[in-house]
Design a protein around this ligand. Structure first.
Ligand code: C2G
Length: 140
């Protein structure tokens, strides 16, 4: 049983998130996802996520490639989480390239390429740019 662990906020779940989770799952038998809690995201990115921690975890749990989710409360605790879940491989997006090499002493560390052209921040900006025409109705 090869266990893969990965971490992220996964706010406004999009195709980049799904692709990296699917590719991570293909590296082993069981995919465990640490979901950054809203407080952690606030300190990391300076804003609260749109979705609550509970909703982000529920959405990720509904994906067939995800076997288990847990709350990531601290960026510094990654080593503890890797040991707690007995993970064989840590997967991160290549925006974190090299940042987690210290864990190579306890598991394999793999950085996968990010999907280009999409991010939660871009989605928020794009949605903010949508100006509804006066005759539009918010019925759907
Ligand atoms: N991702 C991706 N392609 C994108 C956007 C995101 O492959 N276009 C990946 C990221 O590289 C990350 C995962 O999707 O591996 C989750 O992305 P975020 O929610 O942005 O994760 P982040 O908040 O960067 O948290 O300990 C958690 C880490 O801090 C990562």
């Amino acid at each position: 049983m090869k266990k893969i662990i990965t971490f992220g906020t996964y706010d406004l779940l999009h195709i980049g998130h799904v692709r990296i989770l699917q590719r991570a799952a293909e590296l082993g038998d069981r995919l465990i996802v640490g979901v950054s809690c809203s407080e952690l995201n606030r300190s990391k990115k300076g804003r609260a996520p749109v979705y609550t921690t509970e909703d982000r975890m529920a959405i990720l749990s509904a994906l067939s490639c995800v076997d288990e989710v847990f709350v990531e409360r601290s960026l510094e605790a990654k080593g503890d989480y890797i040991k707690q879940f007995d993970a064989d491989v840590l997967v991160m997006g290549d925006d974190w390239e090299g940042r987690f090499d210290e864990f190579k002493s306890i598991c394999s560390v793999v950085y996968l390429p990010r999907t280009t052209g999409i991010s939660t921040s871009k989605l928020i900006a794009d949605i903010s740019d949508i100006n509804p025409t006066p005759e539009s109705h918010l019925t759907d």
